[in-house]
Design a protein around this ligand. Structure first.
Ligand code: AMP
Ligand code: GLY
Length: 423
């Protein structure tokens, strides 16, 4: 089959790499792609939000399946445009992608169906939100309703901070229209775990667990980023936790969406917090995580093209989803200064060191080809993943491989996977 992938980050590189191994796949395209993806897929210069052009390309090139990697096009309704054109596509329709696109929607859904999550209130008026804060307990969490590049969540320690936060979100519109509504919720503590899953509308199959490191600096200091590194599996995601989530969260979410007339097909990414009162949902995403995908897919044994097909066809119950009994760690190599201000255009050296080294991968995020060289082209530049028999070995291997790559202003966290020492 011919597959078109929509996206341009490390996540899409990992998806392309995995699909390229499938005997079912004869040709891969990626729009718009990046320098690393071009090794597996023909990159096409169409933006992820150009729905009509994407659909036209899929028709012209007789694409059998389009896989949407990113949140913006999903929330914007790209799947509906493809379906209206009679094209097969992997991902939720707009009315289901709202699970990620509106935090107020997802909180109301969880409340209605008894899915464990933090206590909350929704607001579409700044005055009401400010009044509510007067009697609230601190710290408290403010969330812009819509997509905000993972930056729309503010944890406020005091009433003054929270008031300023409401003004930023709802009055100054720091996150644009995403701040027309907001959620104010209870602050929770515990370990965070990411569980990604395949969903075909009725059946859900979860992938192996992972944990992200969102802050820019060692010791979880500094600003929130798109993710500085991941490990998989999470040693804190025990069989007992899994059993609880299976009973109260995973299938319950899929069934709730179906009951609401919003059948969900695609990926549901459960952002969980393991609190003293049991696992609770922090957030839902309607797509693979980045950089979770870079540790989960290298451990997956099952043919990804077969799983995508099964989700689209509603036959996921017939798939036996299998993962290696090993571990993986991904360290993101960023440009110094990310996520605030950084320079681009530096040559990347050492990529060839990963060729034919089993268990070592370099996934491109912000790179491009320039005059025959590969240069840095973003804040997050590369994700270096290594597998190992266990988490400690995987971590050692990943940090060894980090040294194989060199570029000016290379920056990375030194403590990805440190939490495993506490397990
Ligand atoms: P979200 O985009 O909802 O996952 O939020 C981003 C990050 O904010 C999460 O990964 C958590 O670290 C933190 N966070 C979100 N909601 C809460 C909460 N209710 N209590 C504590 N931390 C939270
Ligand atoms: N790694 C978090 C995310 O993809 O949203």
């Amino acid at each position: 089959m011919k597959i078109l992938i929509v996206g341009s980050g490390g996540r899409e590189h990992a998806i392309a790499w995995k699909l390229a191994q499938s005997p079912k796949v004869e040709k891969l395209y990626c729009a718009p792609g990046n320098a690393g993806i071009s090794e597996y897929a023909e990159c096409v210069n169409i933006g992820a939000m150009e729905f009509d052009r994407l659909a036209e390309f899929a028709k012209d090139h007789e694409i059998d399946l389009t896989v949407i990697g990113m949140d913006d096009p999903l929330v914007g309704g790209v799947v509906d445009v493809f379906e209206a054109n009679g094209l097969r596509v992997f991902g939720p329709r707009k009315n289901a992608a709202i699970l990620e696109g509106s935090k107020a929607f997802s909180k109301d859904l969880m409340k209605k169906y008894g899915i464990p999550t933090a206590a909350y209130e929704n607001f579409d008026d700044a005055q009401a939100a400010l009044a509510y804060l007067e009697t609230a307990k601190f710290p408290i969490v403010l969330k812009a309703d819509g997509l905000a590049l993972g930056k729309g969540v503010l944890i406020c320690q005091t009433l003054e901070e929270a008031k300023a936060g409401v003004a930023e979100i709802m009055l100054d519109k720091k996150f644009g229209d995403s701040g027309n509504r907001m959620v104010i919720e209870e602050f929770m503590t515990g370990r965070e775990v990411s569980v990604l899953s395949f969903v075909d509308g009725k059946t859900i199959k979860t992938m192996t667990s992972a944990q992200d490191h969102k802050r820019a600096g060692d010791g979880d200091t500094g600003l929130n980023t798109g993710g500085m590194g991941t490990f998989s599996p999470s040693p804190f995601y025990t069989e007992e936790v899994d059993a609880f989530c299976k009973e109260h969260i995973f299938q319950a979410t899929v069934d709730a969406m179906a009951k609401e007339g919003r059948e969900f097909k695609g990926i549901i990414f459960f952002g969980l917090m393991l609190t003293a009162d049991g696992p609770k949902v922090l957030e839902y995403n309607a797509r693979f995580g980045d950089p979770e995908t870079q540790v989960v897919l290298p451990r997956m044994k099952t043919d990804l093209a077969e799983v995508f097909d099964a989700c689209v066809d509603g036959t996921l119950d017939q798939i036996d989803l299998e993962f290696e009994d090993n571990a993986a760690v991904c360290v993101v190599l960023a440009s110094d200064g990310y996520p605030v201000k950084y320079e681009k255009g530096f040559e990347i050296r050492g990529l060839e060191n990963f060729k034919e080294k089993e268990g070592y991968y370099v996934f491109h995020a912000g790179t491009k080809n320039q005059d025959g060289k590969i240069v840095t082209n973003g804040g997050r530049v590369l994700g270096v993943t290594a597998t190992g028999a266990d988490l400690k070995l995987a971590r050692k291997n990943a940090y060894d491989a980090v040294q194989w790559i060199d570029f000016d202003n290379k920056y990375y966290r030194n403590d990805i996977g440190k939490a495993i020492d506490e397990a």
